[in-house]
Write a protein that binds this ligand. Structure first.
Ligand code: CUK
Ligand code: CUA
Length: 765
């Protein structure tokens, strides 16, 4: 827009809109100049061209990374590797108000164990919800290894909705993995312990009383929540279960779980026993557990499970008798078990071996059918022979750890922890195709949708544990290093190093960005953690403060640039509850809210209702304000909590200020208002001259603007009334308030106009 009047220029400048800057053409450097100046090779430029996402463009894939010990999830784009978001999961996250408002505190409280609040988590493996074995972009699940728990994140708003604590494990690691239609989320135990954990059991009774297991959490997709009463576990020997995967296609209905200490070794170096690491890797093999979860679910439905801590558990004895549990020797200390996209092969590699072992599902099934077992373990579980079930053994290198699949058939990638390499190999023919060095000590690796039935290929991310000498030093605790590798050609090409500065990201999943369809606003008055209408929601004009005994409940609203109410009065010792609804419809108009020193914070996105609660335990004055820079008058989005001593009475009457403003001031205000109206008319003229109704975002902005303009009538009546009484203070300030409403409307109007210009609006309706 071209501001024609001083006031319009001020408006545009204050709102930060209207200034278009053209790129400077003078003294442009050539590509060669830049390469020379920055010491870049052809190879660097090629890598840069493959990862650079120009301003305004978006990434092809979105990655969801474990945040490790931060207890959170990190979201970033591929190939740009730009971080998009942290999602608070097991740990409070102040920006999102997670753990500082009542709604999210209720989610964190679901994760209490033994009555204790646990405000951290050790997240390891995120899993995307699937429909017919393909990522559907609806939900994300992630586990907490330290405090065995699982969380549900809804990808409509990227918020954590539910945390469930495992009722029978003391630690876990083999989660989260989903079945092909997300019927169940798999979570396997790690360090064995007595399942009920009601009383102390000495380590000497490890083999008899300690147990592992695998839990199948029933997921109700319509509710978007885990249903604990329909969930169940299969008891397993104390073999230190590890990662898992669900069968697919021909192996659908089955699941596979590794173990790393089938020796059942119990350390105790203090008593002169060799340490765990020696005892747990004494044998050449560990066991892969093969479970028929579909049949297990039927047995549970028939009432064949016993209840432990109120949870359904199928005993080893029942599982063996019903033929739903088998073991297969696998190379020792493996780190993952990965079912191929077609569900026909299962890949396992032992960290202390040089081979990847590919099992054939067809052979496993045949051996089970024929009752062809080579032994029974100490708990009576049938053990299938490795030879009988083997498809291929491939020597890939030292420390093979985790495998992911390509979109090209038969192609897989395995991380080599000791060699610090990625091996590309053919699992049908059993030969290595390519190798590339990474930097250093890669743990998991990940290809695009590479653990689904429909891998997308293209990129691979190596999750390297160490980043020695890679980044600018930041002290002894280094970031970790996610390295992006191009896998679209025969030879792999290393593209980019991304320092990860939050927790230890163990595993990542990446989804085609087009499959994610998050919302931009909530239905007005929504409690985002339950997806239900909030009892604290009010509409504009319905704001109120209710006092009952020593409880004060505020039903407030937020809209640029105003918190309603602007004062909250309490007596010391009162319990204060504040509900705030963000009335904005415009995208990205989030308001925050905090009260000085009461350790509360809310992030209130458009439409959301959030509640904060505290005890006003100390008399005094406590400013509250909007914490998000939401508008030109964001700093004025403020108020006071006044905590008075009991029985305090006012001695001064409000509104008895001296005259500050004159008739002249009032007239200046009226002129400003008239000038601004001209700007608004001009913007509205433009918007209504084009097909703005075809742009829902613009329609929402216009609705918000009209809301602001509608408030003018009341303020106008007030200033005119005051002017009649020659109360120039009141008249000037109410005229100023008219202008405030205009500014907010103009802000929205100008944004709508910019949006229309940039998105190809046409003249005419
Ligand atoms: S883990 Cu840590 S790097 Cu928990 Cu799967 Cu491998
Ligand atoms: Cu609302 Cu700042």
């Amino acid at each position: 827009m071209k501001p024609q009047k001083p006031i319009a220029a001020f408006l545009a400048a204050a709102l930060g809109i209207g200034a278009l800057w053209a790129g400077s053409a003078a003294g442009a450097e050539s590509l060669q100049d830049v390469m020379k100046r920055r010491n870049l090779s052809q190879q660097d430029l090629l890598a840069a061209a493959k990862t650079y996402v120009p301003t305004g463009k978006r990434d092809e894939f979105v990655a969801f990374s474990s945040g490790g010990q931060s207890g959170q999830v990190i979201v970033y784009g591929i190939p740009s590797m730009r971080i998009l978001k942290y999602i608070g999961v097991f740990t409070p996250e102040p920006w999102q108000g997670y753990g500082y408002d009542e709604e999210s505190k209720a989610v964190l409280a679901q994760g209490r164990i033994d009555g204790r609040d646990i405000t951290w988590g050790d997240t390891h493996h995120p899993a995307m919800s699937e429909t017919q074995g393909k990522y559907d972009g609806q939900f994300l699940f992630i586990n907490d290894k330290a405090n065995p728990r699982l969380a549900v994140i809804d990808l409509r708003d990227f918020e954590t909705k539910q945390i469930v604590a495992n009722p029978i494990f003391r630690s876990e690691h083999g989660g989260a993995f989903v079945t092909p239609n997300t019927e169940y989320i798999i979570e396997a135990a790690q360090y064995a312990a007595p399942l009920d954990n009601k009383k102390f059991v000495p380590l000497e009774e490890f083999n008899e009383k300690y147990r592992g297991g695998v839990t199948y959490w029933k997921f109700d997709r319509k509710e978007g929540r885990i249903q604990t009463k329909d969930s169940f576990s299969v008891e397993l020997p104390p073999y230190s279960q590890d990662l898992s995967d669900a069968g697919k296609g021909p192996s659908d209905g089955w699941s596979f779980t590794n173990s790393f200490c089938s020796e059942r070794y119990v350390g105790g170096i203090e008593k002169g026993r060799p340490p765990y690491e020696a005892g747990c890797s004494a044998k050449d093999t560990d066991y892969m557990h093969v479970v028929n979860w579909k049949k297990a679910a039927e047995l549970v439905a028939k009432g064949m499970a016993k209840k432990i801590n109120g949870h359904n558990v199928l005993s080893i004895e029942t599982a063996v008798k019903e033929g739903i549990l088998f073991l297969i020797p696998e190379p020792k200390s493996p780190h993952g078990v990965m079912v191929s996209p077609d569900g026909k092969f299962i890949t396992v590699s032992g960290k202390l071996d040089t081979h990847v072992i590919v099992y054939s599902w067809e052979k496993i099934q045949a051996a089970i059918k024929a009752g062809n077992f080579e032994a029974k373990d100490a708990y009576g579980i049938p053990v299938l022979g490795m030879k009988e079930t083997l498809h291929k053994t491939v020597q890939v290198g030292l420390g093979p750890l985790h495998t992911q699949y390509d979109s090209k058939s038969c192609v897989a990638y395995t991380s080599l922890y000791v060699d610090s390499q990625i091996a590309k190999w053919d699992y049908c023919e059993g030969r290595v195709l390519d190798k590339i060095a990474v930097h250093y000590n890669v743990g998991h690796l990940m290809t695009m949708e590479g653990d689904s039935m429909d891998p997308k290929g293209r990129y691979l991310v190596a999750m390297n544990k160490l980043s020695i000498d890679r980044f600018t030093p930041v002290g002894p605790l280094h970031p970790q290093n996610h390295q992006l590798i191009d896998i679209s050609n025969d030879k792999m090409q290393l593209l980019y190093d991304m320092p990860i500065p939050l927790g230890e990201p163990h595993y990542v999943v990446a989804i085609d960005a087009a499959k994610l369809k998050p919302g931009v606003r909530y239905k007005v008055g929504t409690n985002s953690r339950t997806d239900a209408p909030s009892a604290g929601a009010v509409r504009a004009g319905e704001e109120k403060t209710v006092r009952k005994g020593n409880k004060i409940e505020v039903f407030g609203t937020l809209i640029r640039s105003h918190i309603t109410p602007e004062t909250i009065e309490a007596e010391v010792g009162d319990e204060v509850t504040i509900h705030l609804t963000n009335l904005e419809r415009a995208q990205d108009e989030t308001h925050g809210f905090t009260v000085s020193t009461y350790n509360v914070h809310a992030s209130v996105e458009p439409g959301k209702t959030v509640t904060v609660k505290f005890k006003a335990d100390k008399e005094g004055v406590y400013p509250y304000y909007c914490t998000e820079f939401c508008s030109a008058l964001h700093l004025e989005m403020q108020g006071y909590l006044l905590v008075k001593p009991k029985g305090w009475k006012a001695t001064k009457t409000a509104g008895a200020e001296k005259a500050i403003y004159s008739e002249d001031d009032y007239k200046k205000q009226l002129k400003k208002v008239a000038d601004t109206q001209a700007v608004i008319d001009q913007v509205v003229g433009y918007i209504t001259s084009v097909n703005y109704k075809d742009f829902p975002d613009v329609v929402n902005m216009m609705d918000d603007a009209v809301d602001q303009l509608n408030k003018i009538k009341d303020a106008k009546a007030k200033h005119e009334d005051a002017a009649k009484k020659k109360d120039w203070n009141q008249a000037t300030l109410w005229a100023e308030q008219v202008w405030q409403y205009q500014v907010k409307a103009a802000d929205l109007g100008l944004r709508a106009k910019t949006y229309l210009e940039q998105n190809g609006a046409r003249k005419g309706k």
